[in-house]
Each structure stands twice: as C-alpha cells, then as structure tokens.
Design a protein around this ligand. Sequence first.
Ligand code: TYM
Length: 435
Amino acid sequence: MGAGAQHQAGQPLLIVLEETPVVGVPAALEEERAVAPTITMEIEELAAAEQVVTPWEVSAPDGVDYDKLVDRFGCQRIDAAIVDRIAHLTRRPPHRFLRRGIFFAHRDLNMILDLYEAGEKFYLYTGRGPSSESLHLGHLIPFMFTKYLQDAFKVPLVIQLTDDEKFLWKNMTISECKRLARENAKDIIACGFDVERTFIFTNLSYLGGPFYENVLQVAKHVTFNGLRGTFGVNQEDHIGKVSFPPVQAAPSFSSSFPHLFPGDDQLRCLIPCAIDQDPYFRMTRDVAPKIHLLKPSLIESRFFPALQGESTKMSASDPKSAIYVTDSSKQIKAKVNKYAFSGGQASVELHRKLGANLDVDVPIKYLYFFLEDDDELDHIKKEYKEGRMLTGEVKQRLIVVLSELVARHQRARAQVTEEMVDAFMAVRPLPNMFG
Ligand code: TYM
C-alpha cells in the first residue's frame, strides 16, 4: 500500500489505477505520465481487486501481472537480444536470473551497455531497508544478482541501508533500526561482495555533506502532488514519509560519494532491484535533468513469491510467508511442507490423471529461481505437469536445494566479523574499484 496508507477496514484505500496510459508515450513524457493520476477508492469498490505494487505493499489477488506493471510504470522489457548482449560484453554466460527472465524489466539499460562497450565506466547502487533480523530468500535475489554484475562488469557498488526509512515506517526505535542495519550488512557481505569495490552505508551515519546536498536538490523538485501520485502518500501520513524518498534517490548521483568519485558528478549509475522499488527511481529520473544530473538506469526483477502463492511477495513482516537465511534445514522442510502452495491435485489418482497446475505451484516457482540446472528443471516441470511426479517429490527436491543454499549462506555469514563490517562501511577511496 502507498506510503503509510496502512489499510484498516472501512478506511479509504489509495491506489494508482491501471488505466494510466503510458504505452506508446514518448520517452521524455513517460515518467511524467506514469506518475499522474491517483484516485481514492473505498476498499469495497475493489471487488475485482486491482494489483497494488509499491515499495511497501505488493498485493495482487490473481498473481502479479508483470506485463501490466511494466506498461503502467513505463519501463521496458528485457528481451533475448539484451541478454545476449550482456553475455557477449561480459564474456560469461548470463546469470540464470537473466536467462530465465527473473530480471525482466529495465530503464535505459542499453545506455549502460553502450557506455561499457565504449570502454567507459559506471557504478552500481542497491539497498536494503533493515526491517528484520535477517534477510529472507527474496532479498537474496537482488544481492546475488548485484554480486554477479559487480564481478562481470568489474565496477564499484554502493549499498544503502535505509535504517531511517524503517524507523519512519515501522514501529521500531532508532537504536533497533541501527542494530538491524548492521546485522543485515553481515548477510549482505556474506553474498560475496568485493571489499575493494564496495561501500556499504547506513543513512543514519552517512547522511550529510554532498549526499545531503543532493537530497535537498531532489526534494526541491518534487511536489506533494507528484509524490502522492507516485507513492500514494496522503494527508494523514506523517511528514517523515513525505520527506524520505529523496534520501533513496541521492545515491543515484555519483556526486553523493566524493570519497569514491571525487569531482565526478556525471558517472552513470545502474540500480538492480525488484520492481517494487521502481517508484523511487521514477521520481529520481524525473528530477535528474532538472538538477543537471544523469538519470540512473535500472534492472528490475520479479518477486520471489510468498510461500502461500503469487498474490504477494515474500515479505519479512510476515514470517509465515518467508524462509529466512537463518532458518535451519528442519525449519525449511517444515515451512515448505506446511505452507508452500501446491498446484497438485487433491488425490494421487486425480493427480496422475490431470497433472499439476504449474502456474500456481510455489515449489516449481522457487525451483525456477534457485535450481541452477536447466535440464533438471525442465524434467521436473514436465514430469510434474503430466502427473508422473507428485507434489511431495517436488517439495523434497526443493527442500534439498533451499537447504543447501541457506547452509552455504550461513557458512559465509559465520565468517563475517565486526571488523569486516567496519571495513565495508569505512568512508574511504576505493583505488582499484574499476580494476
Ligand atoms: P527492502 O529491504 O524491502 O528489499 C531489499 C531488496 O530486495 C528486493 N526484494 C525482493 N526481491 C525479490 N522478491 C522479493 N520477495 C523481494 N522483497 C524485497 C527489493 O526490491 C530490494 O531490492 N527501500 C528499500 C531499500 C533501498 C533500496 C535502494 C533497494 C534503498 N536504496 C536501492 C534497491 C535499490 C527497501 O526497503 O528494500
């Protein structure tokens, strides 16, 4: 739901309607048009329930319709030609998140690829709002992918931990937000980032100087109406929610990091994230030319679904929806067996006859994200769809895949010391960041 529009029964629900006509609009107008109309509706009127995708809520009763989302937000689809181009330029096979269309949308990605091809430089920017003790599997998606991009393109990376955002949106003290940011940083470091090329910062410690100058520049060019159109904030929301978005915008500009990019305010930025973060960067891209800075490019993923199915994303605030990177294999087994929504039939006889409905089956969707072997994935899908494989067998394979992934992460996390966190967070030049 829109910023702070925590919905309570009987209260109006603010959503951005799907009708926003962004298809075929010239690029320069795209972002303006995409932030235009909002309409306040009573929840009861949402019988056919539109999908709501904001940085704070993903809800789509019939599953997220990504085609509609791309059109409504005004981003572009990633096609096979882009995937091939990335493979060609980086001289390595495309990550499975790319070849399987999990990272499926972009903004100005070709501009980054053109630049790279011409031997010029760019940097990566991603982030995390530390709302829980540890990451869940959905959070791993952008971080695993960012690690691949960093290795493939050999570029610097900044990671923003929005402890301030979580203080404003959640019922948490500032010191708790700070503590969780540090804990989350350990999970992020465990994804394998290169300390020579990576700067991790928390807003509560880094905000100031040139970074804050960019926050102010952005803030001065966003109206309340524009913000309401993009995020769904309303007049009942506290003003912290209104003032925060420029803070997430600022790292898109290289001048926010003078210790990394001294004197360079025109280094291009590429942001990997799930598509829920798009509103922040739509706003950022709208403002950038007005403050004589470059629009960031984006590469955006689908959501790793909740255990219960694709009507929402896996979310840290709903423990039943999530598998955390701290879960034991016993817990993973219990959660998958108990909660993972199955597209199998009600009885073995029926299943053998009709086969599984893969469109709604969560174990298959999870394997699609995390089972590396394309042949094995195809085999499982075929056997399950035709009823020769049962849900229990697919879940069994998934439990092994996830347990291995999580155990690997836990081993890496156990190696991360407080000193390493300090090293990643030190405000320092990175002399070999493009090396
Ligand atoms: P946060 O902490 O909600 O999410 C962190 C990153 O994980 C992505 N994500 C998911 N991806 C796939 N499936 C899911 N179920 C799922 N849930 C979350 C998010 O898109 C995000 O990339 N405000 C941000 C923090 C932030 C940020 C950024 C994120 C600050 N600057 C720049 C991306 C890029 C937040 O609270 O993310």
